[in-house]
Structure formats: structure tokens, C-alpha cells
Design a protein. Structure first.
Length: 285
């Protein structure tokens, strides 16, 4: 079996998220046109996966399928070929129908993948609620719609729940995991925690590493050195420095990740390579 670090690095950008605001960072893209512009620049830097959250005209998170469809259409036009991942986050919304609104989109508005957080968890100041029945329903809709899950893992129990979904026939390989480290109430950005998570992943898993807040740089470094890929972006971290004195842009966070890869002589995967590895439909850039 080829060691993950011997393969071209998958770079997943999460440009916006559900929580950050313009007041916290002037570089945060909120409008669909802003997000699309950041994504266009991102693909020139090496990003091949784009993890999207839609915001409404007031900058609030939105599950409105019309807003999501407009966002995906703009991003596809700006970054053709890139893998589009739509969120189904339970951080602010609980109703399955609302969380699944992106999964019923058609044509070019249909995402290639959608996030699936594998358990409830606490963040620093709020909870993301993901009851088992909600997770299974979202997984079932993704399977029905031919949308591959982006499996979000913050702790070891979430890996075990992925195996339960596999046993129920709700997940099919290859399995793409985003391992997110450094959250206050879950796995930390350490080799010990990452090693335990990776050791328990099911066969045919492809895994990327991301970090929350000040742990993003360390987590990305672990992903570049050891993993199939990394996740970076303003959703998870708004700052370039540990002192939080220099607001980051998505381009700056990507450039830092690419520099880490180049320092290790690690090739960057193309969108076509990522689509092939994840079993996604080919799209021409």
C-alpha cells in the first residue's frame, strides 16, 4: 500500500464557514461573488476541493436552496473542475429538511460532495448537534443522490460511527475523512491523537487534516507530512500569527500550506486526480 505522503497532496479550502463575521475579519468572503473570487484564486494556488457555506444578504448562514444554488453556480464558473462540497452542518440548524436542502439541487448546482459530521460535539462557545438518526438520514439522502460524504471527524468515537454507517450500507468506499484537530472538546493537534484516529480508519480511507484556530498551522503541517491531504481556510482560523495580530486571507493560508508542501518536495494533486481518487464524475476545467 502506498504511503499517503507519497501521493500528491489534496488541498481542501473552507473559505467562509458558518460562524466568522466581517467584524472579526475584513478578509472573510460572505457574498457569493466574494466567495467565488476567493475560490478562483484558491485553485490557482493549488486548492482542488472547496467546502462551501452560503450566507444571505445580511451575512447570516443560509439553507435557502436558491442562495446555495447561486453560490455553487458562481463557484463552478470561477473554479471549473474543482470539487464542490456543500455543508450540512448542525451548528446553527437542526431540521434535517433544512440541512439537506443543498442535496436536492440539480444540474450544475448539485454539489459533488457534502459534509457529514459523525457525532454531536461542543465547540468553545456552542454545540453542533448531530443525533444518530439525523446523521443516518443525511447519509441516506447523499447515497440516494449520488453525493459523496465528506466525513468530518473530531474524535475517535466519530470514526467508530462511520464504521456503523458502513455496516448499515450507508457509506461506500472510497471514504474521504476530514480529521479536525485542536477543538476545545475533542482531539488535539498532536501526533498521539492523530495517530489514534488514523489507525482506526476503515480500509479504503482517504484522509485530510485540518486545525481549529491557532492549531491550524500545526495540523496542516501534520497533514502535509503524513496524510493524503489538508484542509485550511478562514472557516477554521482567521489569523496568520499566534498572537492574533495579523488577519489572514484565504490566499495567505493556502500559500503557507503550499510552501510547507514544497519544502517537503510534496506534489500538489490536480482536480482531475482528486476526482479520480474519490470516485467522482470527471469535470473539465
Amino acid at each position: 500500500m502506498t504511503h499517503p505522503a507519497m501521493l500528491p497532496l489534496i488541498i481542501n479550502l473552507a473559505p467562509t464557514g458558518m460562524v466568522p463575521t466581517k467584524a472579526q475579519s475584513p478578509h472573510l468572503p460572505l457574498a457569493s461573488a466574494e466567495i467565488a473570487a476567493d475560490c478562483a484564486e484558491a485553485v490557482t494556488l493549488g486548492a482542488t476541493m472547496l467546502h462551501l457555506h452560503a450566507r444571505d444578504a445580511d451575512g447570516e448562514p443560509s439553507c435557502d436552496p436558491h442562495i446555495i444554488a447561486e453560490l455553487i453556480a458562481r463557484v463552478r464558473a470561477a473554479a471549473p473542475g474543482a470539487v464542490i462540497v456543500a455543508t450540512t452542518s448542525g451548528r446553527r440548524v437542526q431540521a434535517v429538511e433544512s440541512r439537506a436542502s443543498c442535496l436536492w439541487l440539480e444540474g450544475d448546482a448539485k454539489p459533488d460532495m457534502a459534509s457529514l459530521t459523525l457525532s454531536s460535539l461542543n465547540f468553545a462557545s456552542e454545540a453542533s448537534l448531530n443525533p444518530p438518526q439525523t446523521i443516518m438520514r443525511l447519509a441516506s439522502i447523499m447515497q440516494e443522490r449520488g453525493i459523496r460524504p465528506e466525513l468530518e471527524v473530531f474524535d475517535l468515537g466519530m470514526v467508530n460511527f462511520a464504521k456503523i454507517l458502513i455496516d448499515k450500507g450507508l457509506l461506500q468506499p472510497p471514504f474521504y475523512f476530514n480529521i479536525l484537530l485542536g477543538n476545545a472538546a475533542s482531539a488535539q493537534a498532536s501526533l498521539l491523537h492523530l495517530g489514534a484516529l488514523v489507525a482506526d480508519l476503515p480500509p479504503q480511507s482517504i484522509w485530510s487534516v485540518g486545525g481549529i484556530g491557532r492549531f491550524q498551522t500545526q495540523a496542516v503541517a501534520l497533514g502535509v507530512a503524513l496524510g493524503h491531504g489538508i484542509r485550511t481556510g478562514l472557516e477554521d482560523n482567521l489569523w496568520l500569527d499566534q498572537e492574533r495580530s495579523k488577519p489572514a486571507s484565504n490566499a495567505q493560508l493556502l500559500a503557507r500550506a503550499v510552501a510547507l508542501a514544497k519544502a517537503q518536495d510534496r506534489a500538489i494533486a490536480t482536480a482531475a486526480e482528486v476526482r479520480s481518487r474519490l470516485g467522482l464524475e470527471a469535470r473539465h476545467a
